[in-house]
Design a protein around this ligand. Structure first.
Ligand code: PLP
Length: 666
């Protein structure tokens, strides 16, 4: 590492002037040496950072000795200047060590305003194994390559040199216009390298016009290091983020937001957020908390009033008891709860079984905690419900499975696992060879269950209540869905203290605590919920009735569209449909637009369901979510937590969009 920012030069008045100028440019101080060899040694040994040497003059021509020393020490030219005396004009170059220049091209540039007034030049040396006879040929070849690439030659000088093994070398020293990274110079260098590998680029730097008024003292110039590498090459990011990019659905969301910002009306059926508001009581509790200054950190485990309310709720409504002091962790949303649980459970090599279709964030979170993802594909014909037999086969095939993700009710399928089906799943897990598997029971939609006349009443059963499951289940829940407080970011984990303790530690490290007014609102929402429950009333019933109207509409409309299959929605506010009859092994051509036929040759092509969703957004202003994010390439998720008019408009759009397409095999 060079510590001295000195500019070494060979003692003498003309060289001193050049060194002075270079020093101003390079932000260094001149230092005189009594020979050329010592100047090069100084840079080589890092006693000086730069050398300024005379490389050619109007009377003596090129200094081959300097070229040889530059090559020998592997230095780069970083700038040049001319010194005019009555006797001669001398060209000086400033040199630096390659690693000191710090870039692959070794190019230092001045600040852009200065650079704009000057042009770049590149110096290089090319050598051929040669004899006198081939010298002309080498010269011609070199010049013709440069001419064919439109590279202006500013200087060329050749000589023959005897190599150590007595063979001759034909050496050409060239200066050309342009940077070595400019396309035409780079292409010419590449072509010259096909003639001979012996090319050394000495540097690309600002060319100084010989006639410039050198009496003007050089002003200090800002130095910039030009590094052509991309940000990814320079600063590679963690695989935690690169392996789990944001999905296509978020692109749809972003596109929809942009359209809205541009004043267009968009019918959004792609957001997992209810369209109702928190109860008055909950809002009042939040306002009170703010007025009373309850905006400090809460306890790390969560506000005690909320933890108590959670345990009361789980006990009264779900029939399971937890200790509020050791078995509940309040988090900044259920999503954070999932991180805490998985970070606590996953060790290197562990796998997580992920039934599909799945909520897109699951896959990303599993990858971020460095666990292996094992997909457990569901079938549309089976309402995408977990098949216990397939689950057992998957567990056998993946003995390092640590966690089963159990999202019930399911986002995105909108279906509910019955208590009987849950018991079948638990029966598999009870087998001796699967005792080590922990269940992450994401029950955030547990309150949003619909009934259909003439069919058995649907109930949500908490997985942890099944025999033997409490010990190995972590319940994930939160206030974003049934309580419509998504923006307040309050979630929780309930489970044995053995698992909750590490989650508490992680909570401390991640965000300290969840937001305090939000926790107080959530506690009040649960008090209200429990009071109504005790009176035999359902707080959420009116919301469910409204969501149910949309559910009825959407299922009626979809049944009328040919070849669309879907899981009959019984819970949450999603419907997951399957378009494989349209898109599997096929691509779509948009052959109808605005009622008119478009010929096939000029028709827009939609290669997959994700492109179809983008098309529906662009043409019909309806945002729906491509299934690829949920593990099903031919699926689409529709969220009907939107105005019923938007749902109706969405169904019209889907029907027309599919009618406007002609499918062809790929
Ligand atoms: N779990 C599921 C299945 C979800 O669908 C969502 C949100 O869409 C969450 C968890 C995250 O909820 P929160 O907003 O509480 O982080």
């Amino acid at each position: 590492m060079v510590t001295t920012a000195a500019v070494a030069f060979v003692q003498g008045p003309v060289a001193f002037n050049a060194a002075l100028k270079a020093s101003a440019t390079l932000g260094a101080t001149p230092e005189a040496f009594d020979s050329l060899a010592k100047v090069f040694q100084a840079v080589h040994k890092e006693a000086a950072r730069f050398a300024v040497v005379a490389i050619e003059s109007s009377t003596a021509g090129t200094s081959h000795a300097v070229y040889d020393l530059v090559l020998e020490h592997g230095l780069r030219i970083v700038s040049e200047c001319y010194e005019l005396t009555p006797e001669a004009t001398t060209r000086f170059v400033a040199l630096a060590k390659l690693q000191d220049v710090g870039t692959s091209s070794g190019m230092l540039t001045m600040n852009p305003s200065v650079a704009a007034k000057r042009s770049l030049k590149t110096s290089f040396v090319i050598s051929f194994p040669s004899s006198i006879q081939t010298h002309t040929n080498n010269l011609h070849q070199t010049l013709s390559v440069l001419a064919s690439r439109n590279v202006d030659v500013l200087k060329i000088e050749g000589r023959l040199r005897s190599a150590d093994d007595d063979s001759n070398q034909d050496i050409l020293c060239l200066d050309v216009a342009g940077s070595e990274t400019s396309p035409h110079v780079a292409a010419a260098l590449l072509e010259l390298r096909e003639l001979t590998q012996s090319i050394r680029v000495l540097g690309s730097y600002m060319a100084v016009c010989e006639k410039e008024d050198t009496s003007v003292k050089a002003k200090p110039l800002e130095l910039e290091v030009k590094d052509k590498r991309s940000m990814t090459e320079k600063y590679p990011l963690s695989p935690m983020v690169t392996d789990a990019p944001l999905g296509r659905n978020l692109m749809i969301v972003a596109m929809a937001k942009k359209m809205e910002a541009e004043g267009e009306q968009v019918h959004s059926l792609c957001i997992g957020e209810p369209d109702f508001l928190p109860s008055e009581r909950a809002v009042e509790a939040g306002v009170r908390a703010l007025r009373e200054g309850k905006v400090k950190y809460s306890q790390l485990r969560g506000d005690p009033s909320l933890r108590q309310a959670i345990t009361k709720y789980l006990n009264a409504v779900k029939g399971i008891s937890y200790d509020p002091d050791t078995e509940i962790q309040v988090t900044a949303g259920a999503q954070q709860a999932l991180y805490h649980a998985l970070y606590s459970l996953i060790r290197p090599g562990d796998k997580v079984i992920l039934p599909s279709p799945y909520w897109a964030a699951y896959e990303a979170i599993i990858k971020q905690v460095q666990a292996g993802v094992v997909r457990l594909p569901g079938k549309a014909a089976e309402d995408y419900l977990i098949n216990p037999k397939t689950l057992e086969e998957t567990l056998i095939a993946n003995p390092t499975t640590k966690v089963l993700m159990l999202c019930n009710p399911s986002n995105p399928a909108g279906t509910l696992l019955s208590p009987e089906r849950l018991e079948e799943i638990a029966a598999v897990l009870r087998k001796p060879q699967f005792q080590h598997v922990v269940v992450l029971a994401d029950e955030i939609y547990e309150q949003i269950i619909y009934q259909d006349e003439g069919l058995a009443t649907r109930v949500h059963k908490c997985f942890a209540t099944l025999p033997g499951m409490r010990e190995r289940t972590l319940i994930i829940n939160g206030f974003s869905k049934a309580f419509a407080m998504a923006g307040l970011r309050i979630g929780f984990i309930a489970g044995p203290s053995y698992f909750i303790e590490p989650c508490m530690v992680l909570q401390g490290h991640f965000t300290s605590t969840a937001n305090t007014p939000g926790q107080l609102m959530a506690a009040e929402a649960l008090h209200e919920e429990l009071e109504m429950f005790e009176q035999g009333k359902s707080r959420i019933a009116p919301v469910l009735a409204s969501l149910n109207d949309r559910r009825q509409l959407i299922t009626r409309r979809l049944r009328a569209i040919p070849n669309v299959t879907f899981a009959y929605p019984t819970a949450a506010f999603y419907l997951f449909m399957d378009l494989s009859a349209y898109f599997e092994g096929k691509r779509a051509l948009v052959t109808r637009r605005g009622g008119a036929q478009v010929n096939k040759e000029s028709a827009e092509v939609l290669n997959d369901v994700a492109e179809f969703c983008e098309f529906v957004l662009r043409e019909y202003h309806v945002a729906i979510s491509p299934g690829v994010d949920f593990g099903e390439d031919f699926g689409i998720r529709i969220s009907y937590a939107a105005k019923i008019e938007s749902v109706a408009h969405g169904m019209d759009a889907l029907e027309h969009a599919l009618q406007s397409l002609t499918f062809e095999q790929v």
